[in-house]
Write a protein that binds this ligand. Sequence first.
Ligand SMILES: [Zn+2]
Length: 460
Amino acid sequence: MTDSLPDVELKVSSYFSEVIDTLTELVAIPSVSWPAFDQTEVERSAEKIVSLVNELNFFDSVELLNAPIGQTQKLGQPAVVARREASPGYPTILLYAHHDVQPPGDISLWETPPFVATQKDGRLFGRGCADDKAGILVHLTSIRILKEIEHTPNIGVVLFIEGEEEYGSPSFENFLSLYRAKLESEVIVVADSGNWDTSTPALTTTLRGNVTFKLSLRTLDHALHSGMFGGVVPDSFTVFSQLVSSFFDKSGSVVISGLEKTQTSALSYSEERIREESGVLPEVDLIGSGDILSRLWTQPSVTITGVDFPSIENASNTLVPEISARISLRVAPGQQAQDAFDAFSGHAEEFLKSKAIFSITDVSTGEGFVADIQGWAAKSMQRCLSEAFGNECVEMGVGGSIPFISSFVDVFPGAQVLVTGVEDPDSCAHSPNESLDLDSLQKAIVAQTLFLLRCNQKSI
Ligand SMILES: [Zn+2]
């Protein structure tokens, strides 16, 4: 029985070429969960995972499950759930990843074929290499080594590999309530985020929430000649642009009252680095105030992501009566998405009073996340990551949202949720040329194996 770093490192490195082979097989299945793509590929990928899990010969049960979407009869994508019960007095650890992937996007922007995992300069390129098929390999390999070292471990393990994360997990809430007993656990490890960089491991401790909706506003009952009426009668675009301006102060910080913001983090992120990673043009100033990480992680942002308005080709010399916009509101972690949306719609109502009539429809909310990392599991995972990477584990935020995490917290309020992952700033998840740093993958497997071995010595 050992949980020493060199022993675990040796085991992981002896399996690592097999790990890459299996990851390559998974990447070859284009398991895009978006309805426009061939959905049998998502099933094929789920079945492949079932066979990989069965090879471990570790779990009491291995099942392919799905749940209905909302109130409909339509079923969500298949997830793999495997469970091994804990010995009395020992914790159960749930290991989450997802086997579906984003669409490849414009193929011409890929330097290697998206569904052929290709090694180059210590990285593996391909759709899903990092997000999140590598997460599956972290789980499978750490379980394999746990079993090899401990033979009959005391801890319980639940493996939960979801199939629709990239499509917004539409059946997730029903899934959790339907299969609650199968998923019951004390610790939930979500391997779907990333590290600060390839040499600095991280736990993700905050995520922003998100609200998206359509706002339509109208100033006229029909279009008017812009020469006859312009300058007196307001057109919809002018009022809309005034509304959008009212969201921000001069620096570009969001100033909608009722939207919370908090400060973050011990880390720092230079203007130079964000300029390089984002591709913002050198002539353009950044927006917002406060340090860059708080702007990215713990302050709200508002983005107009689409507008319905006549195109230039169809532009006539008229005052246009109506405009509709798709708006994405990122919510500071800790604020309820509904409260943030209420603050936004209160602001719009106040601002548009006597300027336009308006409606807000198609509202979709996803909650943010603030991790409680005071528990024993978080402390242990931080130590394991620090040992495996040979560098102190940091706490980081993510500006994006993983809404299903708050569903986990709602259903298992007593569980400790640890958000880990294998991505790094060059991973380009969701973009062309997605890639995985192989050294980070190897270290992530070492860290999680150490974590499971140490949980196995911990009675609760
Ligand atoms: Zn993911």
